[in-house]
Design a protein around this ligand. Structure first.
Ligand code: CDP
Length: 275
């Protein structure tokens, strides 16, 4: 499938939200430790941290792409390599969905979904319940609601502007990072693959987790979610004009990682020259 060129962002960060709304997301020098594997949050010290230096604006990598394109794994590996904090923004929408489903609410109801988005706690972002299929489906329903996106936008842009110490930058992955959340990101990647290749990967992933997975069902779920994510009015999945498009259909994870590493390292070098 093809993805639209972005429409003008319809959401703006909330005024007056200069600091991270969740102080517990900050990782102090003493208590800093990488978040658990698979967690939505991660912070580590490293090369980018050393280069960007105190007082400089954070170095931001924006990674977007459709479901099961491999952007999450790529984002985690890049954050680790360059010592950047990582935010899996899909986890915010999934957490909202979990809270709505938990109280048997309707994910399509704006008031219910917005109230849930406001109740997200950082711990929920690494909850295993986030990974279920029903949650993924409900996440894409709440994600189409502008009030939900506005609430979660403040969280995401604060994370990018104030990554948890000691990281001096951040990698955010999602659907609208390069277009809406971080339009001025230093590096923008759009990671994609054919729907069939992504469905095969998702099936493998589910089976490795011991879950039953039928290829045709997974393929259909991905198509439904891709269509909803690309066609919604509020911050649809779209390729930013200045994003590097990486088609992973015939590339393995290591090849994608190496290509992204080269791109980021080059941008870091350029930025160092300019300082
Ligand atoms: O892991 P997967 O790629 O399947 O999905 P995800 O990144 O966890 O995102 C779950 C859902 O949240 C997506 O289908 C989108 O509807 C929504 N989402 C979004 O709208 N904007 C983001 N920045 C991230 C996720």
């Amino acid at each position: 499938m093809s993805f639209r060129e972005p429409v003008a962002p319809t959401l703006a960060p909330q005024a007056g939200r200069e600091s991270n709304p969740n102080p517990s997301l900050r990782v102090s020098g003493e208590t800093q430790r990488p978040a658990p594997r698979g967690s939505a949050l991660n912070a580590a010290g490293g090369r980018a941290a050393a280069r960007t230096g105190e007082g400089h604006r954070p170095f931001v990598v924006a990674i977007d792409g459709p479901a099961a394109s491999g952007k999450g794994t790529l984002a985690r590996r890049l954050a680790e390599r360059f010592g950047l904090a990582h935010l899996d923004t899909g986890a915010l929408y999934r957490a909202t969905a979990v809270l709505v489903l938990e109280e048997a609410g309707d994910p399509a109801d704006p008031a219910t979904a917005e109230a849930a988005a406001r109740r997200i706690e950082p711990l929920l972002l690494s909850d295993p319940r986030l990974r279920g299929d029903a949650v993924a489906e409900a996440a894409s329903v709440v994600a189409a609601i502008p009030e939900v996106r506005r609430t979660l936008l403040a969280w995401q842009s604060d994370f990018a502007r104030h990554p948890p110490a000691p990281a001096r930058g951040a990698v955010l992955d999602g659907r609208d990072i390069g277009t809406v959340v971080c339009p001025a990101a230093d590096v923008k990647l759009f990671v994609t693959a054919t729907t069939e290749a992504r469905a095969l990967r998702r099936v493998k992933e589910l089976r490795e987790q011991g879950a039953e997975a039928i290829y045709e069902n997974v393929l259909q779920d991905l198509k439904t979610r891709d269509a909803r994510d690309s066609e919604r009015r509020a911050a649809p999945l779209a390729v930013a004009p200045d994003a590097e498009l990486i088609d992973t259909t015939t590339l393995d994870a290591d090849a994608v990682f190496e290509r992204a590493v080269r791109l980021i390292a080059g941008t870091l070098e350029e930025r160092e020259w300019q300082q």
